[in-house]
Design a protein around this ligand. Sequence first.
Ligand SMILES: Cc1cc2nc3c(=O)[nH]c(=O)nc-3n(C[C@H](O)[C@H](O)[C@H](O)COP(=O)(O)OP(=O)(O)OC[C@H]3O[C@@H](n4cnc5c(N)ncnc54)[C@H](O)[C@@H]3O)c2cc1C
Length: 425
Amino acid sequence: MANQRTNRTLTTLSQFTSQTPNVHYIPPSSTDFDKLRTIYAYPEKVPLAILRPSTESSLAKTISFLSTNKIDFTLRTGGHHMHGRSTKPDTVVVDLRLLNTVTLDEDAVGSIASVGYVRWAMYGGYGAYASRFGLDPDAESDLLKGIRGAGGAFGVILDLTVRVYKLSSILVGIIVFDSSDLLGVVRKFEDGYRALSNGSNGLPAPLYLHQVILNFPTPVFGAMFMWADEDTAIGEEWIEKICALAPVMSRTVTQTTPLAWLDEQSKLVAQNTQGRMWTINLRQITDEAAGVIGEFTGDRRFLDDPHVLFNIHELRGGSPSTTRQGAGIGKDSVFNARDPHFVIEICPTVSDTAKLEGALTWGTEFCDALKATEKGDILEASYVSFLAEDEFDHANVYGEHLSFLKEVKAWLDPENVFQNAISYL
Ligand SMILES: Cc1cc2nc3c(=O)[nH]c(=O)nc-3n(C[C@H](O)[C@H](O)[C@H](O)COP(=O)(O)OP(=O)(O)OC[C@H]3O[C@@H](n4cnc5c(N)ncnc54)[C@H](O)[C@@H]3O)c2cc1C
């Protein structure tokens, strides 16, 4: 029965694409199918077929055709959602990667319409420039408020206009700390970093630290140091202050351009893996939380696989996305995690399938142990892009914006055509 239905749908798709210019049809029999269906994790998610519209009008025809024929579909660009939400088994993938025009206004405020960037930006967009320039849903005031934080629940986002900041050089690189006693080094670092953050002058806006623990080949704790300002003299002073927080094993911080760093960074992470992630937002990394992190990432408990990752992103007080909310930025967004916080990213991702079950147990226990720390230090809202469907608590994620979002959904997508969007409205 299921096979007959599948064959009928494939025939319908084949007929539609043969009559519709600019939609490439990739059925499972195509030699390109495996390459094009690959996403960051979840290799077991095999879609029914892939449709690749290359123009705005062919995209509109594709969505209309699928919804009229009640054919379930997902939207896909970079395929880097941590729970593989761009692909669903036995469901059509509408692959948007051919719609990849970028136009840059040379007068510094320009527009970017790019694949990959869109989903990162519409649900959150944590990154090394957030302390200075803010999160990405706050970047432009003329985007629909609901899209900024709830993204694809209302349709396909085809085009974005974003403010571009000129930054010709940065100081960036990894500081690796002596991790022979991982628990000890994590606690020592967090203690010093808390003191620097809470000190009378706080941390300067151009400074961003992305803490990371990975196997190198045994577990090591490091911090990606970013100084997002051309004035490197003060940045150099901050390298020394961060290096003084704990004994340093190696450091690669150097002056470069944002583009060169982007290239370098993409070489550091695996292109494909297996597993998932757990997340929690903490107001601060207390000594109690540092103890849990050190215990689960130390030699005794960290997974023995090159893909396993532990990361911490940060939205600091002082970032435009926290402090300037009252002054305008963030008011037209449903992004709710506005208090300063750390985004904890536990990624039990593995290269070896045999290790997957143990990895997932490790991830659950690690996250549960952090959830059992002091309640007052845990933010109710978590980062939408990192939550799995069964963890998604709308009231916590969207807070007071939830009723507004439901109204917009009822207005724009009453039939729930975009039911597979990760905001699950
Ligand atoms: C290795 C790695 C590192 C990461 N680092 C960071 C980080 O530093 N900071 C951060 O904030 N996040 C980070 N993320 C999370 C990532 O930014 C988000 O998951 C983002 O959504 C991925 O974008 P994508 O193009 O790969 O999306 P996809 O996986 O293709 O899609 C994600 C979701 O958006 C939907 N969608 C895709 N395109 C559209 C569209 N045009 N219109 C409407 N809906 C659409 C899809 O259906 C899916 O539900 C990281 C993820 C990975 C795997």
